[in-house]
Design a protein around this ligand. Sequence first.
Ligand SMILES: Nc1ncnc2c1ncn2[C@@H]1O[C@H](COP(=O)(O)OP(=O)(O)OP(=O)(O)O)[C@@H](O)[C@H]1O
Ligand SMILES: [Mg+2]
Length: 237
Amino acid sequence: MDKKVLDLSQVSRIVGDKKILSNISYTFLKNQIYTIIGPSGSGKSSLLRLLNRLDELSSGKIVYDDQNIDALSVCALRKKVGYLFQTPHLFEKTVRDNFLFVDDQISENRMTALLERVHLSTNMLESSVEKLSVGEKQRVAFARLLLTSPDVLLLDEPTSALDPSITESLENFIKEITSEENLTTIIVTHNPEQAMRFGQTGILIADGMIAESGNIKTLLENPQSDAGKRYKARELS
Ligand SMILES: Nc1ncnc2c1ncn2[C@@H]1O[C@H](COP(=O)(O)OP(=O)(O)OP(=O)(O)O)[C@@H](O)[C@H]1O
Ligand SMILES: [Mg+2]
């Protein structure tokens, strides 16, 4: 059995009188890619945000590596459970400055190795961030995320701001890095075709609950729940 990385039991999030997520129980394993799909407003981003405490849960428990995430400092948790925003959040100035911000002791070798890791030229270290393309920025943000050697990557619609021509290369890169670094990668996508390209495990969220989970292809082709059938009829027709 693969190692448990994140374990959710009976997790709910309520804001005011709105139940955003209800009774989510799920175990994420090491060296796996998970895609979270579901209608707009169903709670996909909310679920991802709970996992590194960008939002707080109202009830239930999330365990990371055998520790309740509430018992860890937010900073320690976020080094191990990294979050990549939909549009890259970089600081002004150079790529080097972005790396130094996260680790001011970082060596020259580590910086060039990270750039090579995300298939960017090592000359780019001195490049001004504002001159990079969106795809390059996304890769720099990725490299910066890898700087703390995370176990889990949380990616909220990571390709939605990208040109279709570079979407595929980022998808391949995500697959490569997950397997080579032995990560758990959890990707929210509004695109079922993309979820199928990632393969592996899918989770369909509807109305703040897990409607289906399992092999993504089986789940999309042969949904068991009413919410799953509705999603298929709407998205795959
Ligand atoms: N802080 C908040 N206060 C009140 N309502 C919220 C809050 N955060 C999220 N919501 C609501 O919770 C529901 C789920 O939002 P969420 O952003 O998780 O959906 P989503 O599945 O990611 O949607 P999309 O595909 O459009 O990104 C939505 O109805 C949203 O309006
Ligand atoms: Mg969202």
